[in-house]
Design a protein around this ligand. Structure first.
Ligand SMILES: Nc1ncnc2c1ncn2[C@@H]1O[C@H](COP(=O)(O)OP(=O)(O)OP(=O)(O)O)[C@@H](O)[C@H]1O
Length: 239
């Protein structure tokens, strides 16, 4: 029997807080996510879900707290290599074709070995749209193109901000399949959503954000699996 301690979480935040004009948006809060696990971040409109993901991605500066990757405190630059971020607005060049966009982003951020942009397009149901300029894609097709970019990314941690928005039922299933495969591959994911309606069917814990102003909010919750829905096990703890 081995007495080796478990590996540190892929991402861990401690005392993380963010304010705008001295008005708290979230925090201080603690969270962590391990490889093979999804953390579902739930909360109503304005609760701070997007802001939290943007802070974790290094797009906004935290007011307080620390962020560690694999047990080591990590600067935004170091986190950039670990994190792939799917935000509300797709980061595509409007006049480039779908395939060109993916190739461009692979050049910028790297590409997972063995994965090619053409295969990514087919995977997300966009075969035949290779040369279509991004501006001509529908909202759901743009979201699918964003998912293709995530699949190509070498980053182990996916930050998915409302990935189900604009997707049809088959698209929702696509998100869940991609997240499941990513986790099985040793990755991890943080997924924001307004409700538990589309929680990925994988090892999932839930963090509930409530509007920080007023009152204070939040924290981590319970383990849930496909057999044990997250919503039942949520616990809220004052911050
Ligand atoms: N660029 C900004 N400038 C000023 N305030 C902002 C900005 N972006 C967001 N906020 C405010 O920060 C708070 C949290 O917003 P955030 O977008 O993080 O919430 P959310 O939980 O993602 O909401 P939703 O579910 O509606 O997407 C809100 O009160 C919002 O008005």
């Amino acid at each position: 029997m081995s007495d080796a301690s478990p590996p540190p979480p892929l991402l861990a935040a401690c005392g993380l807080g963010f304010s705008r004009n001295d008005v708290p948006v979230f925090g201080p809060l603690d969270l962590d996510v391990a490889r093979g696990e999804a953390l579902l971040i739930r909360g109503g409109n304005g609760a701070g879900k997007t802001t939290l993901l943007r802070v974790l991605a290094g797009l906004l500066h935290a007011e307080s707290g620390t962020i560690a990757v694999d047990g080591r405190r990590a600067s935004p630059g170091a986190r950039a290599r670990t994190i792939a971020y799917l935000g509300h607005l797709p980061a595509f060049k409007a006049d480039l074709g779908a395939l060109e966009n993916l190739a461009f982003l692979c050049g910028l951020h790297g590409r997972r070995p063995g994965r090619a942009p053409e295969a990514a397009l087919a995977l997300v149901g966009l075969a035949g749209y290779e040369d279509t300029p991004a501006r001509q894609l529908s909202a759901g097709q743009k979201k699918r193109l964003s998912l293709a970019r995530m699949w190509l990314s070498p980053a182990p941690l996916w930050l998915l901000d409302e990935p189900y928005a604009n997707l049809d039922l088959e698209g929702v299933d696509l998100v869940n399949r991609l997240v499941r495969a990513h986790l099985e591959d040793g990755g991890a994911a943080l997924v924001t959503t307004h409700g538990a309606y589309a929680a990925p069917p994988v090892r999932t814990r839930t963090l509930v954000l409530e509007q920080a102003h007023p009152p204070l909010h939040r924290t981590v919750a319970a383990m849930a699996t496909a057999d044990r829905p997250a919503a039942r096990d949520d616990r809220r703890t004052a911050g």
